[in-house]
Design a protein around this ligand. Structure first.
Ligand SMILES: Cc1ncc(COP(=O)(O)O)c(C=O)c1O
Length: 405
């Protein structure tokens, strides 16, 4: 394994502005190769898809290559890769389509750990169909999502279980394979939100047991494009609303309007970038991306230990979530300061962090933080380094009652 953070950082022009970018969980910076791929698509001439002339053919090729790249990233099949503007839009679309099969007495299970984009579309679709929503709860002392509770939550009336592969504020990675297996045992589908997990760990939709796996490229160095990966045979059974002349086939019938072709070229470059992060990795793109994401996971774990250790040692900092299996994402409050004041103080020290509920609406509610401005989120991605972490720690230390103001 060869992970060289200096080499990695040099690929990102934005990182030269002197800020510590610890806001990656809300969206990452983009390497030059992605910027160039998008510019190259426009430079070379692209047309709408399906035409008889070369510029249209280039868009067709980009679309096909994008599906292959996302299949390599996730372990899915290119014919099951649905593309769209972002995860939220696609999840609403799939909730609308899947819920046509639901009626009174049917049940869906959502979790309090999830980002609202994997909760509200299901809650609202269930309400429209008269179906019942059941909630998987977080153990507040650890912030774990105990998989054992699914035995009681599921029944032969469960149609769908929606669960995240990692919390977007506390990074906790629940036991998705166990939850998906429990869902399948009662004949339910499992919709996995992989938006926060994908930048941090190797992904394999088969081993997760995900019938649907959603991710957004802008969280892993790509442009603002979302995708849901599913088994094409499952998609064949589903019929979303679509325009009469729009494609009948799968996955095209799930995609609305004209695709953002140049951005899709950027997605291909972003997957290539991820696959290159372990410079000693060899083999197919799928093999290299898996090896690279394992290297990323190990690198980030070391850096996160430094960050958590530092924050934990500060008496004026309260950290939320203590799970062992998590992405490098910390959520905390600072005594005497609102989360917004903390992020403003940190911004003045050129440290970018998020404050608020970060759309983990239910979880911040469960923590009792929703009405007091949420918390502060500092997240690492593969381009962060020790200097970023140390600047965060120094800036937070200044907020101690006896700190340097
Ligand atoms: C875990 C998680 N799920 C879903 C979303 C929504 O993704 P999108 O912005 O692509 O709709 C986010 C965005 O922050 C997220 O972090």
């Amino acid at each position: 394994m060869t992970f060289d953070v200096k080499r990695v950082r040099a690929a990102y022009p934005a990182l030269s502005d002197g800020y510590a970018y610890l806001d990656g969980a809300a969206g990452t910076q983009v390497p030059s190769a992605v910027i160039e791929a998008i510019a190259d698509a426009y430079r070379s001439g692209i047309g709408n898809a399906g035409g008889a002339f070369p510029a249209s053919g280039r868009s067709d090729s980009i679309l096909a290559e994008c599906r292959r790249a996302l299949a390599d990233l996730t372990g899915g099949s290119p014919d099951g890769v649905i593309l769209g503007p972002n995860m939220t839009t696609l999840t609403y679309r799939l909730a609308d389509t899947l819920s046509r099969r639901w009626g009174p007495g049917d049940e869906v299970v959502v979790s309090r750990l999830d980002h609202d984009a994997n909760i509200r579309p299901w809650v609202q679709a269930a309400a429209r169909r008269g179906a019942t929503v059941r909630w998987a709860e977080v153990d507040i002392s650890t912030a774990e999502l105990p998989p054992g509770q699914y035995g009681e939550l599921l029944s032969e009336r469960t149609r769908l279980v929606a669960v995240t592969a990692a919390s977007n504020i506390i990074g906790i990675r629940p036991d998705v394979p166990a939850i998906a297996a429990a869902a399948h045992a009662v004949g339910a589908l499992c919709y996995v939100d992989g938006v926060h997990a994908t930048p941090h760990v190797p992904v394999d939709v088969g081993s997760l047991g995900a019938d649907f796996y959603a991710t957004s490229a802008y969280k892993w160095s790509g442009p603002h494009i979302g995708t849901v990966v599913a088994d094409p045979a499952l998609l064949e059974t589903m019929h979303p609303d679509k325009l009469a002349p729009a494609p009948e086939g799968v996955p095209g019938r799930f995609e609305q309007g004209t695709a953002a072709f140049a951005d899709l070229a950027g997605v291909v470059a972003a997957v290539a970038h991820l696959a290159s992060l372990d410079s000693s990795a060899t083999g197919s793109r799928r093999e290299r991306v898996r090896a690279s994401m394992s290297a990323v996971e190990q690198y980030e774990a070391r850096l996160f230990a430094r960050m958590l250790g530092g924050l934990n040692a500060m008496g004026h900092v309260t950290l939320y979530g203590q799970a062992a299996r998590r992405t490098p994402t910390a959520f905390f409050t600072v005594t005497g300061y609102s989360p917004r004041e903390v992020s403003e103080r940190l911004a003045a020290r050129k440290v970018n962090v998020w404050d608020g509920d970060n759309y983990a609406w239910e979880l911040t509610g469960a923590f009792g933080l929703r009405d007091s401005g949420g918390g502060v989120r500092a997240g690492l991605v593969h381009y962060n380094d020790e200097a970023d972490v140390d600047r965060l720690l120094a800036a937070v230390a200044e907020l101690a009652p006896d700190g340097v103001r």
